[in-house]
Design a binder for this molecule. Structure first.
Ligand code: ADE
Length: 229
């Protein structure tokens, strides 16, 4: 999986991705990250990439030209005529595990981060972006949203998680349930004991208990997940 992020804050993206599991995944070559500074494609001497909106209203908008040029540069680096592009916006379809699984099928993802009031619509139309929101709230820019998407997609790339079962066993896996509670040593902590069944070594009983706990937890915390869609 090759991520290319178009942003006004490349260091933010690089620093965040250079930690923990994503860092190791990059070192091992399972994923790659390239950033393109949209400001490098400013069409004036002072490096501005925003301007007032036609029709008035508060706030500035990122201009079509620099965003489109940055996208073309991403395509050039990927050796592609057109690369799949995702625009991070609160107006997009809401990101969830299913969308992550869908995005993980692509070889390359170009992720566009907007700032100010957004991006001139014509650039987004010309690129033909998939529009994705990470939830019904408004961030100051797309960078943090893009990091959530890249983190989540990365762990679905084969090899990134050492243990292949850990991505499929957990919350929001195919069954759509939350994960069961888990415990590690010590066996007793603050007078709280690990459930006996987990110490029994009886695999069928452990599976059954975990499934029941998943159902209970989902019913309590996320009943909306149990409704038919
Ligand atoms: N940019 C600003 N808010 C956002 C959100 N909720 N999701 C994705 N991108 C955004």
């Amino acid at each position: 999986m090759n991520f290319t992020v178009l942003t006004l804050f490349p260091e933010l993206i690089e620093n965040a991705m250079n930690t923990s599991i994503c860092k190791r995944a990059m070192e091992k070559g399972y994923i790659s990250l390239d950033t393109i500074d949209i400001r490098d494609f400013a069409e004036n001497k002072n490096g501005r990439v925003d301007d007032y909106t036609y029709g008035g209203g508060a706030g500035m908008l990122m201009q079509a030209g620099p965003v489109y040029s940055a996208y073309k540069e991403a395509c050039r680096r990927l050796n592609k005529e057109k690369a799949y592009a995702v625009y991070m916006t609160p107006q997009g379809r809401v990101f969830d595990q299913r969308v992550a699984e869908e995005l993980a099928q692509h070889e390359d993802l170009v992720i566009i981060c907007g700032h100010y009031e957004g991006i001139d619509e014509r650039a987004l139309e010309e690129i033909g972006t998939d529009n994705i929101s990470i939830g019904d709230y408004v961030l100051t820019g797309g960078e943090i949203a893009s990091l959530a998407v890249m983190d989540c997609v990365s762990r679905l790339v084969p090899g990134v998680l050492g243990n292949e079962t850990s991505a499929s066993d957990e919350s929001f896996s195919s069954e759509g349930l939350l994960e069961y509670p888990q415990y590690t040593r010590p066996e007793v902590w603050h007078d709280r004991k690990v459930p006996d069944v987990l110490l029994s070594g009886h695999h069928a009983n452990i599976e059954k208990w975990r499934h029941e706990q998943s159902l209970i937890r989902t019913r309590e915390r996320r009943p909306d997940l149990l409704k038919e869609d």
